[in-house]
Design a protein around this ligand. Structure first.
Ligand code: NAD
Length: 502
């Protein structure tokens, strides 16, 4: 099929957005490369700490007026932003495909989920209401009000360049805070486009700032005395060791969402065709670069003898590998393509080294993603096909660590209890899915599994904007989560007033 028109024709020279102005950075420039065809689509600055400080000063100065604006007026900015995002829906989606590599369908899904955050944040006049109780003692009333705190920092990962920072941005500013966003320097263009639309939507100068950059901007954000809190999404070592510990040391509120290793459990009574279809998008969607991607498929023999279990395992494993082998790969702006490249050649190399470890540790490689031909309109650098290992055991590296690529590991557990123990032995706790027709098993799974996001006959257990995006163990550091009521509380301080009139 034809390639859709590319919205970026010439490399963009990206700037920072500070105090309502688009300004050049003095930092070094890096290329942003379309991983499908190898073309440079932008140059992004790695900003200096001084530039970050300017953005914080602007945000700090803008806070006094912004917090005094009625919540309804702030909500109207969100309504205008939502309309502008809708008007630019297709362009925004194609940009994600160009800067990240995901398919256009995946990008459209990401745009939709990102806009949902803005939609839910339009309800802020209701969402940030407090509580009151008359006559806590005779003639004394008590009430709680929620107030914004000041300047927040928001840091995004590369795998959802559009949506993930939106888990925080609309809630942070709708509650009356001001922000400095640091997009992933690997694919920062979507965040620049959102900030341009926020400016058009009438968000005042200084309320919403964007500073491009890397580690030094993150370190400065964590240290900066005027930053009240940080919302971070990325890998576990950075979430825990840099952001969570750093914010603890400097007394900031923090949401630090980390990496994942998610299990899908297939029970004997699962609807097999529907389960396999759900697993394909879960394991191989976004080329496996999702924190909610399942990557271990556990075939459970609850109530079966060993022969029956083996036969069931074969049926599931064969159907899984067969479906994975049929996924079409190529440039995501071709609408017939089902899987794009990884973000870059280094990430492909990292995943390929996991495949080598899987083979060395005794996994049976039944579909090798290193062996496939890249379509003519693509460069091979970052492409890796769907890969399937069978006979994987929980101690193998590919079963334990976050591979973050299109690699599925098929495993076996004698019963549900053993499958849950496998999940608990893993340090991550982001998500887990069960496929079954049995409510008792599903309920047991939901009750016991120590993961923040549970799918019951759902492969990607992604919470909607009005629910918190949960996560446990090494997948989350903090107390309140992104999205929903949790994030409204994160971005507000509770103040209690006890009142008596003589
Ligand atoms: P990453 O940790 O490498 O980078 C995340 C952000 O931190 C980027 O903006 C980056 O510039 C910055 N950064 C990177 N290294 C740093 C360092 N040493 N010090 C300070 N800042 C640093 O993560 P990534 O590769 O961009 O994203 C993929 C990871 O994010 C995966 O582990 C994935 O599971 C995770 N993720 C988690 C969730 C979730 O909700 N839990 C969602 C999406 C992605």
């Amino acid at each position: 099929m034809a390639i859709l028109e590319e919205p970026i024709q010439e490399p963009l020279e990206l700037q920072n957005y500070i105090d309502g102005e688009w300004v050049d950075s003095e930092g070094e420039l890096r290329d942003v490369v379309n991983p499908a065809n190898g073309r440079v689509i932008a140059h992004v600055p790695i900003s200096t700490e001084a530039e970050f400080d300017q953005a914080v000063a602007a945000a700090q100065a803008a806070f006094a007026d912004w917090r005094r604006m009625p919540a309804l007026a702030r909500a109207r900015c969100m309504f205008r932003l939502k309309e502008l995002l809708e008007e630019n829906f297709e362009e925004l989606s194609r940009i994600q495909t160009m800067e990240h590599g995901k398919t256009i369908d995946e990008s459209r899904g990401e745009t939709r989920r990102g806009i949902e955050m803005v939609e839910v944040a339009t309800g802020i006049p209701t969402l940030m209401m407090g509580q009151n109780l008359e006559d806590v003692a005779a003639g004394i009333d008590e009430y709680l009000i929620r107030q914004p705190l000041g300047v927040f920092g928001i840091i995004g990962p590369y795998n959802f360049p559009f949506m993930v920072p939106l888990w925080f941005i609309p809630f942070a500013i709708a509650t009356g805070n001001t922000i400095v966003v640091k997009p992933s320097s690997e694919d920062p263009i979507s965040q620049i486009k959102i900030a341009e639309l926020a400016e058009e939507a009438g968000v005042p100068a200084g309320v919403y700032n964007v500073v491009n950059g890397g580690r030094s901007v993150v370190s400065r954000m964590v240290q900066h005395p005027d930053i009240k809190g940080v919302a971070f999404v990325g890998s576990t070592p950075v979430a825990r060791d840099v952001v969570y510990k750093g914010c603890g040391a400097t007394g900031k509120r923090v949401i630090a969402q980390g990496g994942a290793k998610n299990f899908a459990i297939v029970m004997p009574d699962a609807d097999l065709p529907a389960t396999i279809a759900a697993c394909m998008t879960s394991f191989y969607g976004n080329a496996g670069q999702r924190c909610l991607a399942n990557s271990n498929l556990v075939v459970v023999g609850e109530g079966m003898n060993p022969q029956e279990h083996q036969a069931f395992y074969r049926r599931v494993a064969d159907a899984f590998a067969e479906a994975a082998s049929k996924i079409s790969i190529g440039y995501g702006l071709d609408e017939s393509v089902q899987m794009g490249p990884l973000r870059d050649a280094a990430k492909k190399q990292r995943v390929a080294s996991y495949i080598e470890k899987g083979v060395a540790e005794g996994g049976k490689l039944v579909l090798d993603g290193r062996q496939f031909t890249v379509p003519g309109n693509c460069v091979p650098d970052a492409f890796l096909g769907p890969t399937v290992f069978e006979d994987v055991t929980p101690d193998m590296t590919i079963a334990r660590e976050e591979v973050f690529g299109p690699v599925g590991a098929v495993m076996k557990a004698a019963n549900l209890d053993e499958a849950i123990q496998m999940i608990h032995a893993n340090p991550f706790g982001n998500a887990a899915s069960i496929f079954t027709g049995n409510g008792k098993w599903a309920r047991e799974f939901q009750h016991r599994v120590e993961c923040g996001n549970i799918g019951i006959n759902i492969g990607i257990a992604a919470p909607m904007a009005m629910f918190p995006f949960s996560g446990m163990k090494d997948s989350f550091f903090g107390v309140l989560h992104g999205q929903g009521q949790d994030v409204v509380r994160f971005f507000t301080e509770s103040k209690v007033v006890v009142q008596r009139w003589f």
